[in-house]
Design a protein around this ligand. Structure first.
Ligand SMILES: [Zn+2]
Ligand SMILES: [Zn+2]
Length: 364
């Protein structure tokens, strides 16, 4: 049985926004969020740069997140507003940095390694304390709310034939958004219909990827290219969502359950890190020393080989020089022998030496 959607003003608007987004390439929810983010930044840059509440929120979150920060250059005439806001933020950051520097300065050099070791185990740097108090980017918080509302509206409307048909013709939700819809709509009667549409869409894309691969083969390379030509790009977006929206996984750890729980809280990560720090440090130190020794051995082997080649080359030169010297000595001896006039063989039986006599007096 299909639940009748509650068409509040916002949901009514979302309905039409989704119908429009279905006509665009890529995940419709990603598109709406991207548009919403640009609109929010545009309005903030236009009228809230000097708003004390906005400024306070940005101080608490240490500016915008990576995604929203790098959307700013796309906002027309945003440079001066960015300069004003970030100058203020930099002043706050500078205070934390100065405090961190003073904190490090309390460890005297004569304390040596133990002093530094105790300091590293003691109070955390003011820079870390300040960073750990950072609140989430407030535009991300708004975006997340909008994301949930849009996905709930989609679940509500997908039971309607016209809406479902338009959704079926679209690229469908990206995997992160389908995952969130499945989470939000666990008990929703239309979840099955939403998943059915995506089964069809993913099967089509799977077939297109096969065609794309087949036509890359030299035997079929002359066949006309179709929609499958960009299937690889659509597959990327299907898995990752629109560029910039979900960010990298560098700060996520393991299988932490739902996407919302994946980011480890700073305090939790600190406690876990503290527990395993000793053994991890010891293992890491041994690995480091091992790697360093291996590297040194490799360098010495290379040096040894180079020295061996130089040695062989020198030996060769010595032998050559010795041979040259020997030849020269033999030459010198040869010259000594040559200076003695050759013995003129005696004329025997009328045979005469035809060499001219010195002085050119030849009787013949
Ligand atoms: Zn998406
Ligand atoms: Zn953000």
């Amino acid at each position: 049985m299909t639940r009748r959607p509650r068409r509040t003003a916002t949901k009514f608007l979302t309905y039409f926004q989704l119908l429009d987004a279905f006509k665009e390439p890529g995940c419709p929810v990603c598109s709406l969020l991207m548009r919403g983010a640009q609109k929010a930044l545009d309005s903030l840059m236009y009228e809230q740069v000097n708003d004390p509440i906005t400024r306070e929120r940005l101080v608490e979150s240490h500016g915008f997140c990576n995604w929203h920060a790098w959307l700013l250059p796309r906002i027309a005439n945003s440079a001066s507003g960015v300069g004003v806001i970030y100058r203020h933020l930099l002043q706050v950051a500078l205070d934390a940095l100065e405090a961190a520097r003073r904190h490090v300065g309390t460890v005297q050099p004569e304390d040596g390694g133990w002093g530094r070791w105790l300091a590293s185990r003691g109070e955390p740097s003011p820079l870390l304390v300040w960073r750990q108090k950072r609140t989430p980017c407030f535009l991300c918080t708004l975006s997340r709310q909008s994301e949930h509302d849009t996905l709930r509206a989609m679940l509500d409307y997908i039971g309607e034939a016209e809406f479902a048909e338009a959704c079926g013709r679209s690229a469908g939700l990206c995997l992160p958004h389908l995952e969130l819809a499945a989470d939000l709509g666990r008990q929703h009667p239309n979840l099955r219909a939403l998943l059915d549409i995506h089964v069809t869409q993913w099967r089509d894309l799977h077939w297109e990827l096969g065609e794309f691969g087949r036509k890359a083969d030299y035997r079929y390379v002359d066949e006309a290219k179709g929609r499958e030509g960009m299937s690889w790009s659509r597959a990327l977006e299907l898995f990752a969502g629109q560029q910039g929206l979900f960010g990298p996984d560098r700060r996520r750890r393991g299988n932490a359950g739902s996407a919302e729980a994946e980011e480890v809280a700073p305090e939790q990560s600190e406690a876990v890190a503290q527990e395993s720090q000793d053994s991890a440090e010891s293992i890491e130190t041994r690995r480091f020393e091992n790697a360093r020794l291996k590297r040194r051995v490799a360098e010495l082997e290379t040096q040894c080989e180079a020295d061996r080649k130089v040695h062989i080359a020198l030996e060769f030169r010595i032998h050559k020089l010795a041979a040259d010297l020997k030849a020269m000595a033999a030459g010198v001896d040869g010259v000594g022998v040559a200076e003695t006039p050759p013995q003129v063989p005696a004329v025997v039986g009328g045979t005469a030496d035809h060499r001219p006599h010195p002085g050119g007096d030849n009787n013949q």
